[in-house]
Structures are given as C-alpha cells and as structure tokens.
Design a protein around this ligand. Structure first.
Ligand code: HT7
Ligand code: ZN
Length: 864
C-alpha cells in the first residue's frame, strides 16, 4: 500500500460529463456496461481509470472496439487507454461478483438484496472510472433483472424516467439524476421490500415523494424515521434556508452495512438500526439516533452533495459541517443541554484519545494510505467542534451569512476547506488566518487558567495560557466562553466581558482584566465547551460546588461535577487507598435527586461517572487496574451514599416514565433516563429487597424497551442475582429480532468483570451472532473492545480475543477489522508487560499474508 499526500493534489486531466450505466444483475456475474462522454482538460495523452476486482470484457472508443495491449492495458488497479482524442465516447463492459463481496464495498448481495456502497472508493469495484470526488458527471442508470417478482424494486439516483421489458424478457427500470455528482454518491439497490410513502412540500412549492424501503414486515417501524425526515426537511429550510431539489427522496434500510448510513443523491442507504424503531423494541436513545442520522444524511444533500469535496483530504468539509448541522437540528428538537453534554463525552473519551495516539491527524489530514481509515471521530466530531467555534466567534447571523456565501460561490462544485473559510471571512470581515491552524494541526491544546483578585482595585486578573501535546504546533485561536459568578452564585457582567461572553485566546499566554468587582468572583471558563481543549483545572472544592449550583450553563454545572469525580478518582489512584467523595458533592447530588423541579435528564447526566476509558485518556501512562478499582469504588460509593434518594427518585419519576399518553414527550424520556440511572446504581445493592422488586417491575415494563433494557443492563452490569434469568427471558422474547439481540450481546460484552472474556468467546458461537454481519460484530466485539480493563487484562487474554477476530475479518471485511484494531494501537501508554504483549500481537498481525491496507496503515503507524 502506498501513501497519498494532500500537497500532491493535481486537477484531473479529463472530465467525464455523462455516464450511462447498464446493470444486468446476477448473483455471481453481474454485467456492467458503462458509456462515458469524456473530454481532455490538458495535454495528457493517456486516460488512466481506477478499477479493482473487475473482470474486463471489452472496451469501445467512439464505436471502435479497442485491442488489448495495443490500445489499452489492464493493471492490477487501473485501466490505461493510450493516446485518446480530445473528446470521445468510451464504453467499458465488465463483470463483477456481488455474492462474493463480503467487504460490503462496491456492489454486493446480502440477505437477498443487491446494494451498493461507493464512498469512499467503492465505485471502482463496479466499473472502471475516474473514481475521485472532483470528477462530477450526470448519471443515467438502467437496471435489468430476469425475475421481476424477486426484485420488484429497482432503484438508483435521481428520477425514475422509464421502465420496460427487453426482447429477452428482462425487466428494466431507468433512472436519471440531473445533478452532476462524484462517483462516490452513486447508488443502486434491487430487492423486495415493504414501502412506506409520504409527501413533503418544500418552501419553494416542490412536491417531494418520500419513500422508505424496509424489510418485509417492518413497515410499522418506519413511521418515526419518516417523521424525522420531514422534520429535517423543514428545519433545514427554517434555519439554513435550504430546500430539497429533486421530486423524490428514497431511503432503503438494509441489515448488512459497514457504517451508519450513506447520503447517495436521492437514494440514501441506511443501516437498518438507524431507521427501524418502535417503542417495544427500540430505546429512547435508538429513537434519538434515528432522528440524528436521518437528519445527517438529509443535510448532506447540500453540504456534501450539491457542494462536494475536491479531494478526500477535505472530508471534514462535508462531514464536520454536516455533524454540526445534525447536532444543531437535534438540539433544536428540544434537549440542547443534554445533547451538548453527550457530544462532549464523545470528544473527551474518544477524540482526545485518538489525538493522543499513533493515528492522530488534523481534521484536514496531510497523508492517507487507506481512505476508509479516515472516517474518524477527529474528522467528524472534532470537525464539527471547529465549525462550532466559528459559529461561536461569528454568532448565528454572521455564520449564516457565511453559509449563504459558501453555497452561492461553490454550488455544483468540488470545494476545499479553504473555500469554506474564505466564505466565512468574506461574510464576517474577519481574518481567520490563525483560526485555520485548527485544520492543519493535530492534537489537543491544554489551557491553564490563573486568577488573581485585588480587593483594593476591585479587579480580577485572569491569565490564560495554552500548550499543545504536539510540540511543533503554533498557538491556536481559541474562543473561551466564560461565566463570572459572585460567591453567592449571581451572574456578574463586568464592563470588560464581551456581550457574548467569549474571550479570544490567540497568544501562548494572555491576560484579561475585569473591574468593578466588590468581592472575588468565581471564574468559570469553557461554557458550552466552547473549544475542543483540555483545561488544567486548579479550582477549589468551594468554587466547583458554586459552579455546580449556580452556573447558568448546564455544561459548566455538569463539568464541575465531573471534575469532582475525577479528583476523587485521581486521589484514590495516587494514594492507592480508598476512594472518598466530598460531603458537599454527596449532599448536592441528594438534593438534585429529590428536587422535583430539576430536569431529570440533567440529574441523570450529573450521576454519570467517567468511564474507565475516559479516565485512562487523562493519563500519560495508564494504571489499568487502579483505574478499574477506583471506578468500581466510585460506583459503589454513590450507590451506598445515595441509596435512599435513588429509590426516592426512581419512585418519583416512575409514573412519568411509564405514562402511555406522553410516551415520547421530553418529560417522559427524561424520566426514563433518570429511572435507568438510579437502577444502574441501585442494582449494586444486591441484598436489597426494595431494589429487587423495582428491577423486576421495570424489567416487566414490556411496552418500553428503554425501561426493559435499562433494568437488564442494571442487573447484568452489577451481576445481580436476577441477571441470568432476565438474560434468558430477554433472549427468548427477542430471538427473532437481530437488532434487539445486538443489545443482548453488547450488554454481556461490557460487564466489567474478568468473566466477560469467556462470555464473549462463548457468544461468538451463539445463533444471535454472525461474523458476516457488521452490526453483530460491532455489538459483541467492538463493545468488548471498549470494556477497558478487560481488554487490557494483564495476561493478554483480552488482546488475544480481539486479535483472533481481526485476523478472521482481515480479508472478509477489512473496514470492520480495522475498526476493531484501534483500541490496541496506543500501546506506549501501558506498563512494560502490556507493551510487550501489544507489540507482539501487532507484529503477528503485520506478518499476516494478505494484510489489508486498512490494517497495514494503522499497524505501521503504531509500531513506527
Ligand atoms: N458519508 C458516509 C460515510 C461512509 C460510509 C457509509 C457507509 C458505509 C461505508 C462508508 N464509508 C464512508 C456516511 C456519512 O457520514 O453520512
Ligand atoms: Zn456524513
């Protein structure tokens, strides 16, 4: 495998203006006939097309059948046509084997359905092409099948323009997409589905037909996704002024899919877990995820499809911006603070970890071996944080003006991150030169804050400095939104505090002064997590308690409690002794639990302690067992210390949690969050009859998977005596539903106990598990890979388990194998024994014959 560099970008030597594709669908030998109108753009004599795993049949140029070796050459991953004219028509005929395609990239056949996945570089597994995002073409696609009954739905991008039957009796359907698009947005699907239809009229008056294609018998599980789609369409018109641009929008839900969903123009393909949901089988979080992913793919229609990426190094241009839009959509649906806190947790546990490891990359990377390895939390989530910082710096109005400018200047084009920044600069009149470093520098800056109050001058001096974990980094432009509180918790607005409360840190160290303060205030930086940075916290217990009680911003309140947990954990680890929690924290949590007026969702989040993985991310050298012990103690200390209040809160919120009239209200969702959180602690009190009774009652709440699964998880994770029987009952009830059984697999893989390794082994043999389905593999093995202390067991048993799965998937599905590998890469952060074990397993993997490039790239980076 060879590396590609961003600096080497060269515009394509040819354009392909139209593509006329004919697919003669067959399980093992699908024939593809591809006619392209090609134009030369410079003086390059030969046309070199990408192609992988294709059987070439013949090539015709302007009606002349070309001769192999004389007119063209077939390489391992290319087709070169010699000495082409300035303008010509090229027809390529090739065959592919969809049934043998277990990598789920290109055209594959799984569970009776033909389905394609072309992003990032899958189109080259369908036909020879300039498979790069800056070649935009208008596609016409005709699908032929022998048996119409087996494949009543033949779908592709754009509008259906014709149907018919050939002289040989093949049924066909033709699609035409009028919008020029890159090959990665191309899609075909053929299968038998149930179809849910609706319409949406855009603000411009266009009537759009909305269609959801789902597995037979699942229609009633598609209504929520349909509503989510209509909500997304309306929201994008209202908040961004963007309307849909075709007369039809199709979504197909399939069970075999490597990622969440794919935004193919007019024909989204979704992993069924992000479409299918009903109350009995899906949790509230599943519903929230469906809404978010439906929104995300829809929003790509503008940010990704109408304006696409010039090259794959610019991936965050579409993904970071679209995640930002998706996050804002979800927030505007009503639980802004809860969403924000959850997004921050993802950043801190996963993105900070990636940025500190061997695969660290900037949101616009400079070097890539396997593009599939770059669909990362950095490109997506940190990319969204960078867009959010721009939003914070410019404000909603100016940001939207920048968006309008970006769209006006780049519609129908393949753009770069710099094009986006330029539009923002032009709309705001601001110089974003320093801000641009967020695009080119990897790593997580750490800010340190020092305050100095002068009573005589009534003045607060705040010195903020920034340091980077990557020594070569130049200082970042960091927006720091702050709150100033009096000792009694009142908000303070000294004249020097900008109206938007955002301080801009641009130097390695900067001083800010605030006057007119008659007592020392509490200074709370990073409200709303205004920048993806770490904060070296030296605040006193009293200050943190003041913030937890009085800060206006919910994130700040939550974060202060997280600080208190973190301090307790770090002290216990440092001293090797028992973990103790400040009384003020316990008292505050008791008050929140029993206060009928506080938002139960936020109370639930306050009670969410850091994960082992999250704590590990705070250490340069990770003390695995000590972290495991401290987190166990923290969980038990809260369970014991809050026992009465947890029971009281569960009882107080149970009626709302089970209110059938308001099942989907924010209030009911919040109540269920808190009931589940309470039970998650209470189940640690294994001798309590009161807990036993509530665990049973909640597990029996059959109408709500949120409650049933919440009870199951509480019992299983706390190894409560009800666990085995509940697991058996659950499996018995849901064995026919693979998406629900994924939860059953995942909950067992995440038990924080040594037995989980044997359990996962055992479950790989269970009928609910299937090595060929990514959802099953993620549910069992990816879940296990985040069970931190078990993965890193001192004897290496956790590594062995994961590595045998990776070996098995290396050739079958490299994308999935590569995702499982990530938690093993950062071996330098562990003790000598673990370092040895990890280096050994990584070298074993490296020596495998046919090592996939996806794995090669990560292993090389890790061992270098
Ligand atoms: N743009 C898509 C990214 C993607 C993908 C999706 C499904 C299977 C393989 C894939 N490779 C890349 C999804 C998105 O961000 O919306
Ligand atoms: Zn996306």
């Amino acid at each position: 495998p060879t590396a590609r560099y961003r600096k080497d970008y060269k515009a394509p030597s040819f354009s392909i203006d139209t593509v006329d594709l004919h697919f003669y669908l067959d399980d093992t030998c699908t024939r593809v006939v591809n006619t392209m109108q090609v134009q030369k753009r410079d003086d390059e004599p030969d046309l070199v097309l990408d192609g992988e795993q294709l059987q070439l049949v013949q090539v015709t140029l302007d009606d002349r059948l070309l001769v192999a070796e004389q007119d063209y050459k077939v390489g391992r991953k290319s087709l070169t046509i010699y000495n082409v004219p300035a303008q010509f028509s090229l027809t390529i005929e090739n065959t592919i084997n969809p049934s043998a395609n277990t990598a789920l990239e290109g055209l594959y056949k799984s569970a009776g359905v033909f389905c394609s996945q072309c992003e990032a570089e899958g189109f080259r597994r369908i036909t020879y092409f300039l498979d790069r995002p800056d070649v935009l073409s208008v596609y016409t696609t005709t699908l032929y099948v022998a048996n119409k009954e087996e494949y009543p739905h033949l779908l592709s991008n754009g509008n259906k323009v014709d149907t018919g039957t050939t002289a040989e009796g093949l049924s066909w359907v033709r699609w035409h997409d009028p919008y020029p698009k890159p090959s990665y947005l191309f899609a075909v699907v053929a299968g038998d589905f149930d179809l849910l239809e609706d319409t949406y009229t855009t603000a411009e008056g266009r009537q759009v037909l909305l269609q959801f294609f789902v597995d037979k018998g699942n229609l009633n599980k598609a209504y929520f996704a349909m509503e989510a789609l209509k909500n997304s369409m309306r929201w994008d018109e209202q908040r961004f002024g963007l309307s849909y641009d075709l007369d039809i929008y199709m979504v197909v839900a399939v069970d075999f899919f490597n990622m969440g969903a794919m935004e193919n123009k007019g024909l989204n393909v979704f992993n069924s877990k992000f479409v299918l949901a009903d109350e009995a089988s899906a949790t509230d979080q599943d519903f929230i995820n469906v809404e978010a992913v439906i929104g995300h793919e829809y929003f790509h229609n503008w940010t990704g499809n109408r304006i696409t990426c010039r090259d794959w190094f610019q991936l965050s241009l579409k993904e970071g911006l679209t995640v930002f839009r998706e996050q804002e959509f979800s927030a505007d649906q009503g639980m802004r603070a809860v969403n924000r806190i959850q997004d921050v947790r993802i950043m801190r546990t996963h993105q900070f970890e990636e940025d500190a490891g061997p695969m660290a990359h900037a949101i616009r990377p400079d070097i890539v071996v396997e593009m599939n390895n770059f669909y990362t939390v950095t490109i997506y989530n940190k990319g969204a944080e960078v867009v959010r910082m721009l939003h914070t710096l410019l404000g909603e109005q100016t940001f939207q003006a920048g968006m309008r400018r970006y769209i006006a200047d780049n519609d129908g084009k393949a753009a770069t991150c710099n094009d986006f920044l330029q539009a923002m600069e032009q709309a705001s009149g601001r110089n974003l030169n320093q801000f641009k470093r967020w695009y080119s520098q990897a790593g997580t800056p750490e800010i340190s804050v020092q305050t100095d109050y002068s009573r005589r001058q009534r003045k607060l001096t705040v010195t903020i400095s920034q340091a980077s974990d990557k020594p070569a980094n130049a200082p970042f432009h960091i927006p720091i939104q702050v709150e100033l509180l009096s000792q009694q918790g009142e908000p303070l607005h000294p004249p020097e505090l900008p109206v938007n409360s955002v301080l801009e840190l641009t130097e390695p160290e900067q001083t800010f002064t605030f006057t007119g303060l008659k007592e020392a205030p509490v200074f709370a930086p990073l409200a709303n997590f205004s920048a993806p940075v770490k904060c070296n916290d030296t605040r006193s217990l009293d200050e943190l308690i003041t913030i937890t009680r009085f800060a206006q911003d919910a994130f700040l309140r939550w974060d202060a409690v997280q600080q208190l947990y973190s301090q307790a954990v770090h002290e216990a680890i440092a001293q090797g002794g028992a973990l103790t929690l400040p009384n003020a924290l316990i008292d505050g949590l008791k008050a929140s639990l029993t206060d009928g007026n506080s938002d139960p969702a936020l109370v639930a989040l306050l009670l969410q302690i850091p994960s082992e993985e999250g704590v590990a991310a705070e250490f340069k050298y990770v003390p695995v067992s000590a972290i495991h012990r401290a987190i166990t103690e923290l969980h038990e200390a809260l369970a014991r210390g809050l026992y009465t209040e947890l029971l009281q809160a569960w009882d107080m919120h149970w009626p709302q949690a089970t209110d059938k009239q308001a099942a989907f209200s924010k209030e009911a969702i919040a109540a269920r969050m808190l009931c589940n959180t309470c039970l998650g602690y209470l189940a640690a009190m294994t001798d309590s009859e009161a807990v036993h009774e509530r665990l049973q009652r909640q597990f029996a709440a059959e109408q709500s998977m949120t409650l049933v699964f919440g009870a199951l998880q509480a019992a299983v994770h706390n190894q409560h005596r009800l666990a085995e029987v509940q697991l058996a009952q659950f499996a018995n009830r849901w064995q026919h539903d693979p998406l629900v059984m994924d939860k059953w697999l995942a909950v067992q893989a995440t038990v924080r106990h040594a037995s989980s390794i044997a359990k996962v082994h055992e479950l790989t043999e269970h009928s609910a598990f299937d090595w060929s389905n990514p959802n099953r593999v993620y549910a069992l093995l990816a879940s296990f890979s985040h069970n931190f202390a078990q993965l890193h067991q001192a004897d290496g048993a956790g590594y062995a388990l994961l590595v045998s799965a990776i070996k098995r998937l290396n050739t079958a599905n490299p994308q999935v194998a590569s995702r499982l590998l990530s938690p093993l890469l950062n071996w330098r952060r562990f003790n000598d024994a673990r370092q040895g074990l990890l280096q050994q397993v990584l070298s074993d993997l490296r020596n495998m014959p046919d090592l996939a490039p996806d794995l090669f790239e990560k292993i090389e980076q890790s061992l270098r």
